[in-house]
Design a protein around this ligand. Structure first.
Ligand SMILES: Cc1cc2nc3c(=O)[nH]c(=O)nc-3n(C[C@H](O)[C@H](O)[C@H](O)COP(=O)(O)OP(=O)(O)OC[C@H]3O[C@@H](n4cnc5c(N)ncnc54)[C@H](O)[C@@H]3O)c2cc1C
Length: 448
């Protein structure tokens, strides 16, 4: 009798557990279906670089890949198969592919003939314009290790084809001008130094690239990578500051010629003697390495007062804004994350101005975190508004129901960036989507 009772309890617990699991599973699948519809409407299912390529025939729909993704909502399960729900969020960790028990998934660029944002490159990352090379995230592959590897690949190739030094005596002519001092540009510069090439690195902001823009003390995950002149980094996690210190020591020790605050606006000329047009004049070079990343130039609002010192396009140190009245402009993850970071500072009053009525283009975990802060008034969300003007102690927000004056000390415009693809096209660089046209015209330009 006693054992019957025990068995009944055990069976009831198991049945309860299964029911609970099934209910959660169904709820999650319903959520995935709804997110897919939503992201398709917003165009966010499309990747902005590499993304998970699912072999639907091999996928068993176990959702291991969904759980493995550090970004949270890139993948989901719809109709029993893994699908890309939020391709724009993939930054290429590759954890989904590692976790898939049946090898049904890899991370890549997919069919680039459909991509107008992936430059056509040969096996060494040279574009269809001879002497113009691409390294790092601009190629479509994110992450620091990929950027470092590509910077090295490109500069080693340039060194291998550079010819004897005696042939390169023109004092005005660089062997390579590297545009962008992020991990890709820095890696290329270090190889140039190792190989004795005459090289300069230009950056419109500062040495460090996107790492420089990370929030203070951000923990950076670095997949195994060999850094030129240094070797393999001993750890897989560094703070932003530690990583920047490593780069700084390298470029000081190896005397890299890095010029910060110099923006490159064009490349012209002929093979072997290219002209790099910069905000600081024109440089002549045999090769140009474009290591621009994909973040582009921060989008401006072009409103009166935008040039005031209180306006910034990135938030690095939220703690400095305790007790301030801050306006965050934008409705993407960067804007929302900045607003939440600021709202946690003592006495900081945060307003968000977003041109859309609600926050739809954000990660689910950000949506879940910001909703209560808006509901309880910690963050003053002004959907459906645009900034009319910015003044010393206030901003004007325009909306359908008129204009509102909001007292203000600081403004963060976090409305995305203008991608560098137009710039590349002006130089003559072809993209994946141009492949058919190139084939028809008989021009050279093979995908790597
Ligand atoms: C918030 C955030 C967190 C991240 N976390 C990680 C992480 O933990 N681990 C990881 O591996 N990766 C991470 N990444 C991705 C990683 O930062 C990038 O993949 C990497 O920095 C790309 O390196 P890059 O050298 O190709 O380009 P970038 O680092 O983007 O550098 C490009 C440089 O080019 C300059 N530039 C652009 N246009 C011009 C121009 N016209 N003239 C002159 N200079 C120009 C820019 O100012 C910039 O300094 C993260 C990215 C973000 C945004």
């Amino acid at each position: 009798m006693e054992s019957l009772v025990i068995w009944t309890i055990v069976l009831a617990l198991v049945a309860g557990g299964v029911a609970c699991y099934t209910r959660n599973f169904r709820r999650q699948r319903q959520h995935d279906r709804e997110r897919l519809v939503q992201t398709r409407e917003l165009g966010m299912d499309k990747a902005s670089g590499q993304y998970p390529l699912v072999d639907a025939a091999a996928c068993i729909g176990c959702a291991t890949c969904v759980a493995a993704c550090p970004e949270g909502d890139v993948l989901g399960i719809v109709s029993g198969k893994a699908v890309v729900i939020n391709g724009a969020r993939c930054i290429g960790h590759g954890k989904c592919a590692e976790a898939c028990p049946v090898g049904a998934l890899k991370v890549g660029l997919g069919d680039i003939t459909k991509r107008d944002d992936i430059p056509l490159l040969d096996d060494y990352n040279q574009t269809n314009v001879p002497g113009v090379w691409i390294a790092g995230e601009l190629s479509g592959f994110a992450l620091i290790n990929n950027a470092v590897d590509q910077g090295r690949l490109v500069m080693e190739r340039i060194a291998a084809t550079a010819g004897p030094r005696g042939d390169r005596e023109d004092p005005e002519l660089y062997d390579a001008v590297v545009v962008g001092a992020g991990p890709a540009g820095m890696s290329a510069g270090l190889v140039a130094s190792e190989q004795g090439l005459k090289c300069v690195i230009l950056d419109q902001q500062g040495a460090g690239g996107t790492i420089l823009q990370y929030p203070r003390r951000k923990l950076v995950m670095v997949q195994p990578v060999e850094i030129p002149c240094l070797g393999r980094l001993p750890r897989l996690e560094y703070s932003k500051e530690e990583l920047l210190e490593i780069w700084e020591k390298l470029y000081t020790d190896y005397e890299l010629d890095i010029r910060n605050g110099v923006r490159v606006t064009g490349v012209s000329g002929r093979q072997g003697d290219l002209a790099v047009v910069t905000s600081d004049g024109v440089l002549r070079t045999r090769h140009v390495v474009l290591a621009l990343g994909r973040r582009g130039t921060p989008r401006r609002l072009n409103v009166p007062g935008e040039d005031l010192a209180k306006v910034a396009y990135k938030l690095i140190d939220a703690e400095a804004y305790a007790g301030r009245r801050v306006l965050v402009v934008g409705g993407g993850d960067s804007a929302v994350e900045a607003a939440m970071g600021l709202a946690h500072q003592p006495g900081c009053r945060v307003t968000i101005s977003y041109r859309k009525p609600s926050l739809l283009r954000i990660k689910q975990r950000n949506a879940d975190r910001i909703a209560p802060l808006i509901a309880d008034g910690t963050i003053d969300f002004r959907g459906g508004t645009t900034v009319g003007s910015i003044d010393g102690d206030r901003v004007v927000l325009d909306g359908e129901s008129g204009s509102a004056i909001v007292p203000n000390d600081d403004v963060f415009i976090l409305a995305g960036g203008i991608p560098p693809f137009g710039f590349l096209r002006e130089i003559g660089v072809s993209f994946g989507g141009d492949q058919k046209a190139i084939a028809t015209a008989g021009t050279r330009g093979a995908a790597g």
